[in-house]
Design a protein around this ligand. Sequence first.
Ligand SMILES: Nc1ncnc2c1ncn2[C@@H]1O[C@H](COP(=O)(O)OP(=O)(O)OP(=O)(O)O)[C@@H](O)[C@H]1O
Length: 446
Amino acid sequence: MSGTDDGWLFVGPESDDYEPSQSYAPGGLCPVKLGDLIGSGTPPRYRIIFKLGFGSFSTVWLAHDSVESRNVALKIVQARSTARSQEPDVLERLRALNSTAGQEPYVIQLLDSFEHTSANGIHQVLVTELVVPLLAPYSRYSKFKPQVTRDVLRQTIEGLAYIHSHGVAHGDLYPANFGITVPEIHRFEELAFWHQATYPPLRPIIPFSPHCDPHSYPPYLCGNLDLCEFLGFRAPEIIGRPLSVRIFDFGSAYVVDGSAPPQPVTPPFYAAPEIVFPQVALKKEDPPWDQRSDVWSLGVAFHDLVGAGGLFPELLFDDTELPHYMVCICGEVPDAWRDHIDSQPWPLAFSPRHDRGVLEWKERALRPTWRGGPPGLVRLMRRMLVLDPAKRPSAQDLLDDPYFSCSNGARNVVGSVHPLMQLPAGIPHGEEADLQTNRPNLLTLD
Ligand SMILES: Nc1ncnc2c1ncn2[C@@H]1O[C@H](COP(=O)(O)OP(=O)(O)OP(=O)(O)O)[C@@H](O)[C@H]1O
């Protein structure tokens, strides 16, 4: 199949695996070819093997480090973001060298960093450990056992406490930014990765404009390597063994030192109320946020990490309904929110006709994991999902939570209502709601 993409001709299947061609322009992404050598030394130290992914600001590559004989990830930041990126400083702060000896930080480790010049400008290059996305082995091979889930959640909180103890707020904690390390990855050579690819994932790109500098774009785009699939075939012994979590993507992180935080970029469903409410109700684009906002995001991400899917069902809500949904989860309407909440129609998904369907669906999703899981998980999430950031415990406080010290299989799911739902008094649900199907606005608290 072929098509056009904003002034570019491409040949290949439609896929989310490819960065947009128009990002290759002055100030944009670094044009990279497989086999390129970059970094210091002669010949340069890192050989590009495959693409791992891309984000809003970068492409990320699997590369071989010829000095240490290991495989690493190279995050190559687009030129216009390089000067203002705090990511190298933040990662430098979080290097395990600065932590208590022997303590695993559960945070991606920076191995090297340098600048690389291309036709598009100067690019920051961050060399880090390779990680496999945490949810990939979960969905691919088996559901985590309750004990594994508990261990994974504890590691994410320990990682967050580590980040916060170094004065950093992450700002983009959602499931895609949790990974696991797999030391076996270092034993594979370049050809092994290519033998695994089931189709040639290279897509030629051709610009229509005669003014396009041929040095500013690569001859082809490269699809993403699925490391989880690769390891499943090549190192099946890793499946089912204890996981070691890494929190990564510090592209939006900042050092909390009294200066204004960067504009929040957390996906809306994971963003804390102190971000969502000003954005949705007050149309304020850059509300302040800090470490406490990370605790909320992690609480929401737990819902995904225990295998229950998103806490906020994306198909049923748009962002403007998030404050109502947060009120449902937390069971209170803050005074500052009351005018907004009362002035908006209650989201359709929560009308008496629909709430039961949503909640029962969610309970079904939770049942396999939470019914058999250790007690206290819902209680732990409730501690994290508190509307007022001042009342939210720190990540360090959460490490003492009883959930992490109990192991029997008590039930966590109560009744037919989602265990996190605490509808404020006055909001009917279940049978009571069915009796009141004509009530226009369910959240009239009087
Ligand atoms: N260390 C790593 N090991 C393996 N894959 C990685 C690694 N770092 C990043 N990736 C892959 O590259 C993708 C993009 O990385 P990242 O999210 O850090 O980039 P970004 O430009 O900051 O994106 P975002 O838009 O999320 O801010 C990730 O989703 C992941 O699939």
